[in-house]
Ligand binder design. Structure first.
Ligand SMILES: Nc1ncnc2c1ncn2[C@@H]1O[C@H](COP(=O)(O)OP(=O)(O)OP(=O)(O)O)[C@@H](O)[C@H]1O
Ligand SMILES: [Mg+2]
Length: 393
């Protein structure tokens, strides 16, 4: 296992900054595109917790369909938490008192009686128990909250009410049990959901943390390290010149794409910049082969899942148009390129804003007359250009 705490790319500074927020009683919201490394940061937070007197419980809630499932994930997370573990559960069980009768439920999960009854009030008792813990402090790291809320919204008006109730409940718990810290992450924007569901006020109380891609230096060290750790098929070393060329080709320096491209690097290690660039160009071609669809397919899937009807179709058309140029297109040029007279400039602009927030594109000069949109991830652009995924019929 890599000890990330000793690595330049191990997000040590980010982890320290987030714990400073926690210690100052600030809850944190970390938005960021798919594959940026959000979940990685949560894992590092959980690892670092013990040494700092915290227990950090990571819960993935993207797959939860209702607040009961959310609660179940949280209980599972507490059980699996690296720094709290068994001792903490025993303590919580004791705090929750008579609810759990050890004789009645030896085969099931310790929290089964909680969720089969009124799960909201037990959720509250659980948070209260964490709040009252004076030996350690608790942080709840909630991964992909907006996807959970989105799933509720997609269930129709009742789901929207459920999402609002859930957010209001969490808001009330945060106020009532202020020693427990909350951190949320998301790869789809929370604001549009909060606006539709009328819970913007809840979000205002989170401190936003802007996770950035790796720096060039970190990215170079990362690709060299994974070669040395034996994580690449064809290489045990990557030269400085190759690392430089890899990092340049990846452009958007997320570890995920650095590793994906490094895995395709083959041939004898090469110290010369031109030779290195040639090897990296070949690796890019390998990465763009149809067999590699999963490396990029997550973006296509993201649009299909989260962009409704017309929005999806326009997004696919806009991205296909943008994929054909490395320099990007102005909104007006893009409007002409997608060639749909049912789309207004204002609608396209709103859609581009969302694609920007979700990391598909980057917009330059928002305040200018005609800002320019371009793919954020140059490898994704090349993939899109080659395969031109379409909106579902
Ligand atoms: N700083 C890093 N150092 C090493 N590996 C990393 C780093 N950041 C991310 N990774 C690896 O890259 C992959 C993608 O990262 P991660 O799952 O954290 O992204 P994410 O932002 O949560 O993506 P998604 O929105 O798809 O859930 C993972 O395999 C992760 O271990
Ligand atoms: Mg993630």
């Amino acid at each position: 296992m890599t000890d990330y705490a000793t690595k330049s790319y191990g997000r040590v500074e980010e982890v320290a900054a987030i714990y400073r927020h926690f210690t100052a009683n600030r809850d944190v919201s970390m938005a960021g595109p798919r594959r940026l490394g959000k979940t990685f940061v949560l894992d590092r937070l959980a690892e670092a917790a013990g040494g700092l007197g915290w227990v950090a419980v990571k819960v993935e809630v993207g797959g939860c369909g209702d607040s009961r499932a959310f609660f179940r994930s949280l209980c599972n997370g507490i059980e699996g938490s690296r720094s709290g573990g068994r001792r903490a559960i025993a303590w919580i069980q004791q705090r929750l008192g008579q609810i759990i009768d050890p004789r009645s439920d030896s085969s099931g999960q310790w929290y089964q009686p909680l969720i089969s009854l009124d799960h909201e009030s037990y959720f509250e008792r659980l948070i209260k128990a964490l709040n009252d813990d004076h030996e350690r402090r608790w942080a709840l790291l909630i991964d992909e909250l907006p996807i959970f809320l989105k799933a509720l919204h997609d269930q129709g008006p009742e789901g929207v009410v459920a999402a609002r109730n859930f957010m209001n409940l969490s808001s009330r718990l945060r106020a009532a049990y202020p020693r427990v810290r909350w951190m949320i992450t998301g790869s789809i924007g929370l604001e549009p959901l909060a606006r539709a569901g009328d819970y913007m006020g809840v979000l205002a109380k989170f401190e936003t943390f802007d996770l950035q891609p790796l720096s060039k230096t970190q990215a170079k060290e990362f690709v060299k390290d994974i070669a040395q750790e034996g994580r690449l098929l064809y290489r045990q070393t990557i030269t400085d010149a190759e690392a430089e060329a890899l990092v340049a080709a990846v452009g958007w320096r997320a570890a995920y794409y650095l590793e994906a491209l490094a895995k395709k690097l083959s041939g004898e290690p090469c110290d010369d910049p031109n030779g290195a660039k040639k090897l990296v160009d070949e690796a890019v071609q390998q990465l763009l082969s149809p067999a590699e669809a999963t490396t990029f397919g997550v973006w296509e899937e993201h649009l299909r899942k989260h962009y409704r009807d017309n929005q999806g179709a326009i997004a696919f058309a806009a991205l296909t148009a943008l994929s054909k140029t490395g320099d990007g297109l102005s909104i007006d040029a893009l409007l002409a390129a997608i060639g749909r007279n049912d789309v207004t400039r204002a609608e396209l602009r709103a859609l581009l804003t969302r694609l920007h927030v979700e990391g598909f594109i980057t917009m330059s000069d928002w305040d200018g007359d005609d800002p320019t949109a371009a793919f954020l991830n140059p490898l994704l652009r090349l993939w899109w250009k080659r395969f031109q995924p379409q909106a579902a019929a």
